[in-house]
Design a binder for this molecule. Structure first.
Ligand code: NAD
Length: 482
């Protein structure tokens, strides 16, 4: 396996692709009829769940014997492989899912490749005193079952792999059915890199034809010690009911609040960048904007200057009709047309009969406080903007709009009291002050990255420590050295 050339791996990947069965739903571009036999574990891609868990279990036993130095070599090899193939995988993800923007997916893959923490995240804790020494160390769980979304298929897989393997685990992925080809390809490339670095084959495995049913079977499999899910409310609920320890990264609806003290030109630039990034499919992307009335016109101008297209009030009804299949009244989540998730603004606006060229990254539209665009996580580059009396009303309304999922909030302000109040009261996993939402992911900002932000279960930005179990060893009466 270690001696495979790129050409050979490409042939295997093509075989995996050719062997994959059909899928339905959002973003999938095509449909291949019927289930076909798939390779029995070639480079980590298995045709059935039991075999995938068995492969990963064997690999876990092997890596568990290898020590930290070897683990570091394996992580470095995975990063190098993703540096080499990240751009191509971004293109494949875009082509297979039909979601987002290729160039932005390249940035997402680069971010997770460079800024997902490795074993340096695993700091032991020591307590010493008159009664001796107590050492607490992060240890692996064993085999993790991980379920990934269609919105960030490769970046979640790369991020989860580095963090979980850094913690010493093996992992079985049940990827989103609409992103299975690129996900299988990513798993194959990762396994090739692991084996070439002297690590165990099948350290990272996946199921060739994943379904919601196979995801549920993975959650309940006796060989799985920890379940990690990244997705919407349905998969979070299923994981919490699985009977296993679960780390759950669920949906958000991140508001951005702009008050009258903010640098409005910068706020306009940051919001257009943040809300249009990968066509708004990242869970942290700004999904509604609340602006203090006295600076609302200026902010809208700044957003237009930075590439947003303003939808006029008399065009709102047509836009609403294009985006929603069904509305459920004021201040309620509406049912969106899922075929528009992650599409370019021009596609969505043109469906509403609004002329727009493809250079436009974001549509913005003014709405009142009751409007479903504010209350719904649409994952489209259409940003509803609403006016508030002052920062206090903005903060209170932002918290209401977020449901509360306690996921991500953004604020632009130079007023320390306002920033402090929102930081405290939004009670979120991620709060960004005076930057685009992606700064919360460590993009052009300090700190590590994660594409599994676990708000329902409280881990927040996950890292190798999140995927560790903590073990204590106590020496009674000795080994304090002072
Ligand atoms: P999704 O919930 O449709 O699918 C996610 C994964 O869960 C897929 O692999 C899918 O097959 C599986 N799944 C779905 N329902 C299931 C069920 N009932 N039982 C078992 N498995 C199930 O989500 P998506 O459309 O792929 O991703 C978008 C959603 O994910 C958004 O709501 C977004 O906010 C959220 N998300 C959150 C984070 C985070 O870190 N918190 C990151 C990315 C995406």
């Amino acid at each position: 396996m270690a001696g495979l050339t790129d050409q050979e791996i490409e042939i295997i990947a093509q075989r995996i692709v050719a062997d994959l069965g059909g899928h339905d739903g959002v973003g999938g571009k095509d449909k291949i009829a019927g289930p076909q036999p798939s390779p029995a574990g070639e480079l980590g891609v298995f045709d059935n769940l039991d075999a995938a868990v068995r492969g990963a279990s064997t690999a876990f036993c092997q890596i568990d014997e290898m020590g930290l130095r070897k683990r570091n070599t394996i992580i470095a090899a995975i990063r190098n492989a993703m540096r080499e193939h990240g751009d191509a995988l971004a293109k494949e993800a875009f082509e297979e899912t039909g979601l987002g923007r290729h160039a932005d997916k390249v940035l997402k893959n680069q971010l997770v490749t460079e800024k997902t923490p490795g074993t340096e995240d695993l700091q032991p804790q020591a307590v010493t005193g008159d009664d001796g020494l107590n050492l607490t160390e992060p240890a692996p769980y064993g085999v993790i079952g991980a379920i990934t979304p269609t919105t960030n298929p490769t970046s979640t897989l790369i991020n989860n792999t580095i963090a979980m393997v850094a913690a010493g685990n093996a992992v079985v992925f049940n990827v989103h059915p609409n992103a299975k080809r690129v996900s299988c390809h990513t798993v194959a490339l990762i396994n090739k890199a692991v084996v070439a670095a002297g690590g165990p084959n099948h350290l990272v495995t996946c199921i060739a034809n994943p379904t919601v049913e196979s995801a549920q079977a993975l959650m309940k499999h006796s060989g799985i010690r920890l379940v990690v899910v990244t997705g919407g409310g349905g998969v979070v609920k299923a994981a919490m009911e699985s009977g296993k320890r679960a780390i759950c990264a669920g949906p958000g609806n991140p508001p951005v609040v702009v008050d009258e003290t903010a640098d409005i030109d910068k706020a306009g630039r940051d919001i257009v960048f943040g809300a249009s990034f990968d066509n708004n499919i990242i869970c942290v992307d700004e999904k509604e904007c609340l602006v203090v009335s006295s600076v609302a016109d200026k902010l809208i101008q700044a957003m237009i200057y930075n590439g947003a297209a303003l939808v006029w009030k008399d065009q709102l009804a047509a836009l609403e009709k294009a985006i929603f299949k069904k509305t459920n009244g004021p201040r309620q989540e509406a049912e969106i047309d899922r075929s528009l998730i992650g599409k370019n603004a021009s596609v969505i606006l043109q469906k509403a009969g609004i002329a727009c060229d493809d250079s436009v990254r974001l549509g913005i539209v003014e709405v009142d406080h009751d409007h479903p665009l504010l209350w719904t996580e649409q994952m489209m580059p259409i940003l509803p903007v609403t006016r508030v009396r002052d920062a206090d009303e903005g903060i209170d309304f932002a918290i209401a709009l977020e449901h509360p999922r306690r996921h991500t909030f953004v604020m632009h302000s130079e007023n320390l009291s306002n920033l402090s109040r929102m930081a405290r009261e939004c009670n979120a996993s991620v709060f960004v002050k005076n930057g685009p939402s992606q700064a919360g992911l460590g993009w052009k900002s300090e700190g590590w990255t994660s594409f599994t932000i676990a708000s329902p279960t409280g881990e927040g930005m996950t890292s190798p420590r999140s995927f560790s179990r903590w073990r204590r060893c106590t020496m009674v009466g000795a080994f304090r050295i002072v």
